[in-house]
Design a protein around this ligand. Sequence first.
Ligand SMILES: C[S@@+](CC[C@H](N)C(=O)[O-])C[C@H]1O[C@@H](n2cnc3c(N)ncnc32)[C@H](O)[C@@H]1O
Length: 262
Amino acid sequence: VSPVDVELAQARLVDLLPQGWSEIRSVGRAELITWVPASDEREAITTLGDALDEVGIVSTVTGARERADWRDGLRRHHHPIDVAGRLRVRPPWTDSVEGRLDVVIDPGMAFGTGQHATTRGCLDCLLDVPPGGVVDVGCGSGVLAIAARRLGHDPVIGIDHDPLSVEATTRNAAANGVQIDVRLADATGSVVPDADTVIANITRRHVIDLASHLTRPPRTAILSGFVPDDIPSVVEAWSALGLRVAREIVDDGWAALRLERG
Ligand SMILES: C[S@@+](CC[C@H](N)C(=O)[O-])C[C@H]1O[C@@H](n2cnc3c(N)ncnc32)[C@H](O)[C@@H]1O
């Protein structure tokens, strides 16, 4: 896509590509590179092309066989991130920093190296939440759930409808030596367990729907996966549960909110 369209393209593709993507920008074009099983190649090319077309983006969508250096390529895009000088999220091949809570993430095929603005925003919002029970809806690689455990929250439940995410969260929780109750479930089709804090970094539609799927309003909700223009509709849905905005972060074209009850 053209570099001017890349943010809109990413916003449109976030729910179609839960496995994430890497990005290469060069003069006059931006490439978003993702992985799909070879058997899904044709369908993926059509779906992605149509999705971009719908929002008026001119794109070229092509498929290529996985390169031998693909994993190394991903490695080059996976760097440590530091949140407010208190927490470091890092890939296993980099070092921890003394005095910072350490979260080690190998995402595999699941979404979540910690680098995406939505994840960074959720991590920042989580830092000041008093410890309690947490449910992380759409846990991806487990980065937010593991960070919650590091910050003293207990119990922590992670839910995802993608088996690759459940596998990645389970593996990363074990690698970090923390206990997370990881469940394979569709958050829109089943009851989400009660918790003091609900975290959801999914999509605008799912974040809004989630407010009506909870049996008890949480004390805190940390929400992301939508753009700043969507903040009013998200806030309205959650205000029905008595939650109000306590913090709003806008970063790289994405929004993250911390809502508190009362
Ligand atoms: C944007 S990723 C966020 C991953 C991780 N929480 C992070 O911040 O890095 C969204 C995740 O939500 C999951 N997801 C999307 N819709 C879902 C649904 N209806 N029920 C459960 N999980 C869902 C996807 O599989 C994906 O892992």
